[in-house]
Write a protein that binds this ligand. Structure first.
Ligand SMILES: *Cc1c(COP(=O)(O)O)cnc(C)c1O
Length: 376
């Protein structure tokens, strides 16, 4: 982080790269985020800490699209990545770069998935890690962190409270602060979602990209990636309209967008079953809002019941068990289609940021339905 308290972002010499880099160069490269190494901050390939993350499927959702009267709907499926959430992308690049600059021990607050990914990638890199998470975070993520040998602390509060504890620990024990946007490399990992979407659509950008937004790093990253691809001449035309989706129980970015503000206000008593997007105030909120305004995008809040209904609908129509945050994305798409904000022929990509099976306690199947399944 900059000493002024603002996030730092990584810049590349794109003018230089543009002279001799084309889409052809990517042909035959490994199927992971590291295929884009020219656009990633790790200088020496020896420092790369990888579990094969990236190049997740871009799945056509024809049935769900039909249900919403939308002809070109896709899901980018981050459920199929090491650690079961897209947080692996940020962790892979963040931990690799931490290794490169000689870090021994890092610390971070988390709502669960980021802590799981960073502790596991740290273990692979031989780094010590300290993870602080709300005690209500999904239990599976706690298990992942403990199992990796990381120092785990639970806090009776929200991620913002965990952040304060980490802030103090970092100073007192001289740890590397890996909090969202306090180091600039996590966003570089997350931006690879944008690079992949462009490549998977054969360098023809979609009209709309919809993203479940907590800290907003994924959305800021996708926006950054698309701008870099444009500078490199790999994509043309206007950028997709970016949409930030939040829960009605925690919608600071939506509120700011609706009021035309450049920054959000702390959302009191936030709560949603989509744990990954329960962030009452994001450090990079102004970057998220810039991305929405710049691309003529918007921000949408959806409620928890609609999330559960959509999750069931997606499983039934498409055979995909998405996480609640991913389901929120498709609730928003449905809503924007109904309102006419999304046109029938537009190409729309929704991010499913994690695997539904990481949330075994979220979905309550009707007990009557289970009773019908007699034991044989
Ligand atoms: C962290 C997380 C999000 C929110 O991501 P940001 O980039 O921080 O906005 C969404 N979904 C899941 C499953 C997450 O773990």
């Amino acid at each position: 982080m900059c000493s002024c308290g603002s996030p730092l972002l990584v810049d590349y010499n794109l003018d230089e790269l543009q002279k001799n880099f084309t889409a052809e160069d990517l042909k035959g490269r490994e199927n992971s985020i590291w295929r884009y190494h020219e656009l990633l901050p790790v200088e020496d390939r020896e420092n790369v800490v990888s579990l094969g993350e990236g190049m997740t499927p871009l799945v056509s959702f024809t049935n769900l699209g039909e249900d919403m009267s939308l002809e070109n709907l896709y899901m980018k499926d981050e459920g199929l990545i090491p650690t079961g959430s897209f947080k692996a992308r940020g962790a892979a690049v963040g931990v690799s770069k931490a290794t490169e600059i000689g870090v021994d021990e890092l610390a971070m607050p988390t709502n669960g998935n980021a802590g799981a990914a960073w502790s596991l990638y740290s273990a692979r890199a031989g780094l010590q890690s300290t993870i602080v998470m709300p005690k209500d975070a999904p239990e599976i993520t706690r298990t992942e962190v403990s199992l990796s040998g990381s120092n785990l602390y639970l806090v009776n509060g929200l991620i913002s409270d965990a952040g304060k504890i980490v802030g103090k620990a970092v100073k007192d024990y001289n740890l590397y602060d890996a909090s969202t946007l306090k180091e600039p490399y996590r966003i570089e990992g997350k931006k690879t979602m944008g690079l992949e979407i462009a490549e998977q659509l054969n360098w023809k950008l979609p009209d709309v990209i919809v993203y479940p937004t907590g800290g907003g790093v994924g959305l800021i990253g996708i926006y950054k990636a698309l701008k870099e691809l444009k500078t490199l001449g790999l994509v043309e035309g206007s950028l997709p309209r970016l949409v930030a989706v939040q829960s009605t129980g925690c919608a600071p970015i939506v509120q700011a967008w609706e009021n035309g503000e450049r920054e959000s206000e702390f959302w009191n008593d936030s709560s949603t079953l989509a744990f990954g997007i329960n962030v009452p105030k994001a450090l990079g909120d102004f970057l998220v809002l810039d991305a929405l305004y710049d691309t003529d995008g918007c921000a949408v809040a959806v409620d928890d019941q609609a999330i559960l209904d959509e999750q069931e609908k997606i499983a039934g129509l498409e055979g995909s068990f998405v996480c609640p945050e991913g389901a929120a994305t498709f609730v928003a798409i449905r809503k924007l289609r109904e309102e006419g904000w999304i046109g029938q022929n537009e190409t729309v990509v929704g991010l499913n940021t994690g695997a539904g099976i990481k949330y075994p306690d979220t979905v309550q199947v009707d007990p009557e339905m289970l009773e019908k399944n007699d034991t044989l």
